[in-house]
Write a protein that binds this ligand. Structure first.
Ligand code: CA
Length: 224
C-alpha cells in the first residue's frame, strides 16, 4: 500500500505513519493541503488520508481540487467533530469514508484496507467491480463472460456509478445524466430504475446501495 497522509498534527501524523510503515506500507506525510493535488498526479498512491482541519487550504477544499482533476483516488477524511455537517460536506466533496478523531490507529488501517479493496478499478478502458465489467466503448456490461442486458438509461447510470466506485452519487446528479429524463417524475422513477439495475448487477458480487437523503453508491461485496 502506498499512502499519502495529510495531517498538520505532527505527533498524530508520526504515530500514524509509523504504524503504517510497520505493516510495510509506504507513506508520504504532508502537513498542508496545497501540494496534495500535484502529489496525487505525480505519485501512484492507493489512498489519501486527509485531515479536514488544515492551516491554509483546508481538507474539504483540497479534496475538491483533487476531484476536479478527475482523480478517483480513495479518500478517507479525518474530522475532529462528529458533526453531521462535516460528514455530509466531506462526502459531497468526494470523500469515500471518514473517521472521527480521536481514533484508534488499527481502526484507521482497517478502514483504509477496506477502502482500497472496494476500489478495484481496471485501467484498461473497461470498468470493473467484483465480477462485473462495463466496456465503455461498446457500452456493454458483462458478468464474467455473460452479457447483461441493460437499457440505455441503465447503462448511463451504471457507467457513472462505476466511475465513482465507493462514492455516494447524488440523485440529482444521476437524474441529470439520463437522456430524456422527466425531472418531475424523478424520485420514484429513479428508485425503480435503480431497483431494476440492482437486480441485474448484484449477481456479480457488487452492491448498489441507496443512501437515504443523499443518493446512490456502488461497491464490491466484501469477501467474507
Ligand atoms: Ca488538523
Amino acid at each position: 500500500m502506498n499512502i499519502l497522509l495529510v495531517e498538520d498534527d505532527a505527533a498524530l501524523a508520526e504515530a500514524t505513519a509509523t504504524a503504517m510503515r510497520a505493516r510495510g506500507w509506504r507513506v508520504d506525510v504532508s502537513a498542508t493541503g496545497e501540494p496534495v493535488p500535484r502529489s496525487v498526479q505525480q505519485d501512484d498512491y492507493d489512498a489519501l488520508v486527509l485531515d479536514i482541519g488544515l492551516p491554509g487550504v483546508d481538507g474539504l477544499e483540497t479534496l475538491r481540487r483533487v476531484r476536479a482533476q478527475g482523480s478517483y483516488l480513495p479518500v478517507l477524511m479525518l474530522t475532529a467533530r462528529d458533526g453531521v455537517e462535516d460528514r455530509v460536506a466531506g462526502l459531497e466533496s468526494g470523500a469515500d469514508d471518514y473517521l472521527v478523531k480521536p481514533f484508534a490507529v488499527p481502526e484507521l488501517l482497517a478502514r483504509l484496507r477496506a477502502l482500497v479493496r472496494r476500489h478495484e478499478f481496471r485501467r484498461d478502458g473497461a470498468l470493473a467491480l467484483g465480477q462485473l465489467r462495463f466496456d465503455s466503448s461498446a457500452r456493454r456490461a458483462f458478468i464474467g463472460e455473460a452479457s447483461v442486458h441493460l437499457t440505455a438509461r441503465e447503462s448511463v447510470v451504471l457507467e457513472y456509478l462505476l466511475q465513482q466506485v465507493g462514492r455516494i452519487v447524488a440523485r440529482d446528479k444521476l437524474a441529470a445524466l439520463i437522456p430524456d429524463w422527466n425531472a418531475a417524475a424523478s424520485d420514484n422513477a429513479l428508485e425503480l430504475l435503480m431497483s431494476r439495475l440492482r437486480g441485474k448487477i448484484e449477481p456479480a458480487g457488487v452492491r448498489l446501495r441507496t443512501v437515504r437523503g443523499l443518493g446512490y453508491l456502488i461497491e464490491a461485496v466484501e469477501p467474507a
